[in-house]
Design a binder for this molecule. Structure first.
Ligand SMILES: [Zn+2]
Length: 385
């Protein structure tokens, strides 16, 4: 049976770039269906509608904010102030994966989640969902180098407070009837212009082959399904899940959580970007786009214990994955019990992240093997309760 690395080769080389909602993403889902069938499992395909771009909502929001400047200076001071605060609200909702009017405006496409259920040998006492996304991101300038990434993160961090500052100045201008209050707002306006330019540029770039992000994670879900078929757990039912559209705002995981509210509070193990040279195994204690999303404390304690017991695997906990998210975010919001594996290097770098170099040749097989061994040990520990 194919290993994780074989799946990585198929997804990233045979299929290649798998942009969210594209035909190639669907082809990857069909591949997962075939793998499950060959294992004698029943594949479930759940279609959903998703945005086609991660960047478009922010291009619309910052573009709209910039448009409020001429409105303000042409005398529509109240309209400009109100418009700005509405756009800030929408941006905050978008950053917390909450439906908002920006999502009505972005182009949509069709995508799908694929899963299969692996029953335990004994009665079911708990449920674990293993989740890896099939889609790949674009290759924006913002991710092109460590320096670009630092600039992008700074701009994004300052963007929202900058917009609030502009809104406050517009509001004072509206109350006092004095347009001069708009002049100092031009400075944070430059910040928004930079974010707007980056968001537009991102959507003009090609998709990555996504060998590391995330053929490694999706491939590991498929390989673990095969191993669980051979060596089932005792009391833990495992759902092997390959999601679509993680890269554009975790739409696939959101759709899955919505479809399966009846599951109660399952354990949700996210496998994302697990083959960077010199990295991992690394599990996140928290991820933060706007609000902090925390991993389940019991699972973290379990992972810490395994990291100590199996020091040969070289695993470590990462305190906070900033300015980024995984498929765990919607699961955390729903009150599920997630833990996300993202193999950040000890210096905090995610190798080849959203870069043209994220190809099969740059996947470190040994890192993938150690991470898989760690996840397997975690599954055993969960099964033992
Ligand atoms: Zn990813």
């Amino acid at each position: 049976m194919p290993s994780t690395i074989d799946h990585v080769a198929y997804l990233s080389v045979t299929i290649g770039p798998r942009g969210s909602t594209t035909d190639a993403e669907r082809e990857a889902a069909e591949y997962a269906v075939r793998v499950f069938r060959e294992l004698g499992l029943e594949p479930h395909v759940e279609p959903f509608v998703s945005a086609t771009s991660a960047w478009r909502p922010f291009a619309i929001a910052t573009g709209g904010m910039l448009l409020m400047f001429p409105v303000f200076f042409l005398g529509g001071r109240w309209i400009a102030a109100l418009g700005l605060f509405l756009l800030i609200l929408c941006t905050a909702l978008e950053l917390t994966f909450t439906p908002n009017p920006l999502r009505w405006l972005v182009p949509k496409g069709r995508s799908q989640n694929v899963y299969a259920i692996l029953p335990p040998t004994g009665p079911v006492r708990r449920r674990v969902i293993l989740c890896g996304h099939l889609d790949t991101h674009r290759t924006p300038w913002a991710f092109s180098s460590l320096r670009a990434l630092a600039i992008y993160r700074t701009l994004v961090t300052l963007g929202l407070p900058g917009a609030v500052g502009i809104g406050a100045l517009f509001l004072i201008g509206a109350i006092t009837g004095n347009s001069n209050w708009g002049l100092p707002a031009l400075l944070p306006g430059l910040l928004l212009m930079a974010v707007f330019a980056m968001a537009i540029q991102a959507d003009l770039t090609p998709y990555t082959h996504g060998a590391n992000d995330n053929a490694t994670g999706a491939g590991m879900v498929l390989a673990l399904a095969e191993r669980l078929r051979r060596e089932p757990l005792q009391h833990t039912e495992v759902w092997a899940l390959c999601t679509g559209c993680e890269e554009v705002g975790a739409y696939g995981a959101s759709a899955f959580v919505r479809q399966h509210v009846d599951l109660g509070r399952p354990i949700f193990i996210v496998l994302d970007t697990l083959g960077g040279p010199g990295s991992g195994p690394c599990y996140l204690a928290q991820e933060t786009m706007l609000l902090p999303f925390r991993s389940d404390p019991e699972l973290l304690a379990m992972a810490d214990q395994i990291a100590r017991r199996h020091s040969e695997l070289g695993a470590y906990r990462w305190p906070n994955f900033r300015g980024a998210y995984t498929d765990a975010a919607p699961a955390i919001r729903a009150g599920w019990r997630p833990i996300a594996f993202v193999n950040l290097r000890p210096d905090g770098v995610l190798p080849h992240w959203h870069q043209p170099s994220d190809v099969y040749e740059n996947v470190d097989h040994e890192v993938v093997a150690r991470t898989e061994a760690f996840v397997w040990a975690l599954l055993q520990a969960i099964d033992e309760g």
